[in-house]
Design a protein around this ligand. Structure first.
Ligand SMILES: *Cc1c(COP(=O)(O)O)cnc(C)c1O
Length: 362
């Protein structure tokens, strides 16, 4: 059976070495030495000034909304994982959905201004599949209307725009280090903020708002991550270039093998490279997509409708809203298996199934 994704696991001895060091120190969590080391290494790897290692990518979003003190309406994308919208609602704000661009599948920057009201405080956009949003256009709009910008970079680990980390765009960027993501620490997340004042606030928020043992600076939560998770992050970081390289080979092989099956790929930001986090295909119709998915499932190849359904049409806690492009694309998109342990032989078999289904119209 082939699943849509499989977490990368480092050689167990390498993980154990870190675990032994935890036993020696008996320091299990609360900004321990491994968590600090991971933050230092990630700052270098990602080339960012500030970064907080937190419990997960959802808490990272909630911390970002809190740190910027957002109120009222937040303009966001309906084509994302549920956490992008649920964090907005969880923090007492109202999501206002703006349709996506049919090529990049990111929020359509040209439609943001018409959604701005007196209540709008921010834009929260996702770099879908690691493909950067139109960060320049969004920055211009945000400046003009005095709005904050948060980027959900859960998929965007290691992506650069014009040679600068994607996480340096916006007031705050977040990332998820969940086991299903490109790079992971089992559970984990990152909050990245260039502004030193907000960055300090994020540090307080992560640790219950404590400012010293008997003082409080902020309303906080528990966003700290453990030494065990940091250990996995450290062990995996040594393999990130290798993981990236293999995913690149697989992606190019999919591109080559599937170029004639009548499905298209998202168009990438012109100043950024793919990080090969996912392999989405947009079919001509929902029927086409469904028959491909069912045919693959019948042959034990598991794919995922990522993202379906539209967040603007499916959440019981937000008013439903039709959005032409999102409604259309979310019905036709399918992510194919892509992970480090996937072999070229397995990929060949998957492609053969898709191509055959296409030829014979199974
Ligand atoms: C995975 C994901 C999240 C949530 O991250 P967790 O670490 O699982 O909490 C948020 N947004 C997007 C776009 C995601 O894919």
């Amino acid at each position: 059976m082939i699943l849509v994704t499989r977490p990368f696991l480092p050689p167990v001895e390498e993980y154990k070495k870190y675990i032994d060091s935890i036993w020696d120190r008996q320091w299990l969590t609360n900004m321990g030495p491994l968590a600090n080391e991971l933050e230092d290494q990630l700052k270098i790897y990602l080339n960012v000034q500030n970064l907080h290692f937190v419990t997960n990518g959802t808490i990272a979003l909630q911390m970002a909304i809190r740190a910027l003190d957002l109120k009222g309406e937040i303009i966001t994308t309906p084509f994302s994982f549920v956490a992008t919208t649920s964090s907005i609602v969880w923090e007492g704000c109202t999501p206002v959905f703006v349709d996506i661009d049919p090529e990049s599948l990111n929020i359509d920057a040209s439609k943001i201004e018409e959604a701005i009201t007196d209540m709008t405080s921010a834009i929260l956009a996702t770099h879908v599949y690691g493909n950067p949003c139109d960060v320049r256009a969004i920055e211009v709009i945000a400046k003009k209307h005095n709005l904050k910008v948060i980027y959900d970079g859960a998929h965007a680990f290691g992506v650069e725009v014009d040679g600068k980390s994607i996480f340096e765009y916006g007031d705050i960027a977040t990332c998820s280090l969940h086991a299903t993501k490109l790079y992971h620490s089992i559970e984990g997340g990152l909050v990245i903020c260039k502004d030193d004042v907000i960055n300090k606030k994020l540090a307080f928020i992560r640790n219950f708002g404590f400012n010293g043992p008997v003082n409080f600076a902020e309303l906080g939560l528990n966003g700290k991550n453990s030494e065990f998770h940091a250990a996995m992050g450290l062990a995996n970081l040594k393999y990130i270039d290798m993981i990236h390289e293999h995913r690149k080979v697989l992606t190019h092989s999919y591109d080559e093998r599937l170029k004639d099956v009548g499905a298209r790929r998202p168009i990438w930001h012109s100043a950024a490279k793919n990080n090969f986090a996912y392999y989405p295909l947009i079919f001509k119709s929902e029927r086409d997509m469904m028959s491909t998915m069912e045919y693959l499932t019948a042959h034990n190849v598991h794919t995922r409708r990522y993202f379906y359904p539209s967040l603007a049409m499916s959440l019981p806690y937000v008013e439903h809203k039709n959005l032409e492009i999102t409604d259309d694309i979310s019905k036709k998109v399918l992510c194919l298996p892509l992970y480090y342990d996937l072999t070229l032989q397995q990929l060949d078999n998957i492609c053969e199934l898709i191509v055959n289904r296409n030829i014979y119209g199974v």
